[in-house]
Design a protein. Sequence first.
Lengths: 142, 433
Amino acid sequence: MTDENIITQLSIFINNEPGRLAAIAGILKDFNINVKGFNLAESAEFGILRAIVDEPDRAYDNIRSKGVLVKKTDVIGIAIKDSPGSFFETADVLGKAGINIDYGYAYNSNDFDFLFIRVDDTEKAVKVLKDAKIKLIKKSEI
Amino acid sequence: MAFWNKEIETMPRAELEKLQLSLLKKEVRMMYDTSKFIHDRMKAAGVSPDDITDLKTFRKIPFMKKTDFRDNYPDGLFIKPYEELVRVHVSSGTTGKPTVVGYTEKDLDLWAESLARGMVSFGMSEKDLIQNSHGYGLFTGGLGVHQAAEKIGATVLPTSTGNTERQIQLMRDLPVTAFAGTPSYLFHIADSCEKMGLDMRNDIGIKLAIAGGEPWSESMRVKIQERTGIRVHNCYGASEFCGPSFLECEEQAGLHVWADICYMEVLDENGDQCAEGERGELVVTMLQKEAFPLIRYKIGDISSLVWEKCECGRTHPRLMRLSGRTDDMLVVRGVNVFPSQIESVIGEMPYLSTFYHITLESVNYMDDITVEVELNEPFLTDDMVKLGKMAREVEERLKSVLSISTKVKLMLPGTLKRFEGKAQHVTDNRRYD
């Protein structure tokens, strides 16, 4: 099953003005959305909050209902071992398969360290990573 | 006081006005007979060349506008075949379509004559070596100044635009005594000299300058003259006239508009002639043009005209500093920019909404133009590389259409201000003093 390894990330677009991020965080709190991992990126004009949440579909509807620009983006969660060379393995497999990593960010849970990555061909990436016996996080594990 | 053409330049007003009227009648007759455009326009307005007996009846002829050039793109207004033309220049139009202007040999001669009179009027002569930093090419500034300077026997150093360090190097290495360029570029040169530890008064021999191609103020002149020790003379023109055409004399008391070359009307909101010295919309008629008609052309500038004889002895009317525009044309780094051009580029990009905003700033007297555009929601992505690519694509397309660089900011959908009624597309934070 490929699908269960494709994680839905929410990309929340935020204008670069003081207090906007706090407003978004307030919305997440009010709707009781649990953020498991996140990353903030900024262009010159606006910021993007990339968040992995426990119920992405509900969270998407909730956030949208507040007039906030949000998009669903497919990412992959890779278990990273606490040892040298672990990230190399993943990057090497994807590189050899001709898959480009757009961005990535780390997330620590009690059990594992995870790397969430966005690639240009998600389904192919899942396949080659699995073939290489690299552990991927499942939707149900979020 | 030297003159290039003393007889005509100091002709008593009454005689000059007589000469002007006879040239005007002749030009209207010639254009009526040879230009279908003018013929049809006059016919439609029910006016024939025989009706034109004075300046008042002349006002029956309908106005020409910038859009007439666009509607007749590229060369529909030309009345001479290319065998009889010797040059074509092209400037920016209102909606991406440029304005194309042609010249016969006589047109070029008269253009050079107009500027030659002006150059001599502020003290230029065959002894001067003029560094011409106006762009050479489709823009009229470079070649216009060039041919007039040669006409008076001056020596031209045709540096064209850009490469400021080399410009300054040449000013120091060669006995350059005069300069032509935009006022902002002159400021930029002064700044660069300062950074290089040069004293413009002693390390550089320039004493006279022609500054034009963009709006500037009297206080800017005071500043630049104090800073550099250079006498800086204002210049006015447009490619539709022929190019930069009119200059200030050494008195710096307005631009001498040669009455045997150009008839300039200043009109109020009702289309009536303003009193001398009163501000109004400029309407330009070129009196001896051959390649295409320029009759009652609304250039879009606002200023006033005085006939009072100048201290220098010249009798022709003087045009005061421009004080505004009747349309939304912007002059950015000497280049005409219409918001409609930017709008048409935005319209080409499927990922952009129709909303945009232009902000102009002056940074060290150089114009900076920023265009904020809004993404269409379906194209919104969290991929920074893609966002960067979109911004660069818009910047490149704008550069090719406007001929100047802009900074493009991609904004989130729905964030640019919406207007009820007429949209305010431009914020101009430039200060001219």
